[in-house]
Design a protein around this ligand. Structure first.
Ligand SMILES: [Zn+2]
Length: 104
C-alpha cells in the first residue's frame, strides 16, 4: 500500500502528545517506535518453543536423542514466531511516568 510521505503531525499512541509525523521517539513520554520484535520478545518466544516442543514430543514418543533436534526445532519456531508476530511498526510505551519539560 502506498502512503504519501507526510510532513504532518500525529499524536503519540501512548500519551496522545502531538509529535512529528516522522518522529521515532515521543519527547513527552519517551515512547519509542519499533519495527519488529524487541530482544525480550525474541528470547521469550524462543525459550517457549525450546521448552514446549520437547514437552509435547515427550507425550508422543519415548525420550531419545531426537529430543535434541526437537528442542532445536522448537527454538527456531519460537524465534520465527516472534519475527512474524511482531513484524509491524509499533510504539513501545515507556514505563516511566511522563514528564513535561519546562520550556525556557
Ligand atoms: Zn508519548
Amino acid at each position: 500500500m502506498m502512503t504519501p510521505s507526510s510532513q504532518g503531525v500525529m499524536s503519540c499512541p501512548c500519551c496522545h502528545h502531538t509529535i512529528g509525523g516522522t518522529a521515532t521517539t515521543c519527547p513527552n513520554c519517551h515512547a519509542e517506535k519499533h519495527f519488529g520484535p524487541v530482544s525480550r520478545e525474541i528470547i521469550l518466544s524462543s525459550l517457549i518453543g525450546f521448552l514446549l516442543a520437547p514437552s509435547v514430543a515427550f507425550l508422543l514418543i519415548p525420550l531419545s536423542f531426537w529430543f535434541v533436534l526437537i528442542a532445536a526445532g522448537g527454538l527456531f519456531l519460537g524465534f520465527a514466531f516472534a519475527q512474524y508476530r511482531f513484524n509491524t511498526d509499533r510504539w513501545i510505551c515507556s514505563k516511566q511516568s511522563p514528564h513535561i519539560k519546562e520550556t525556557d
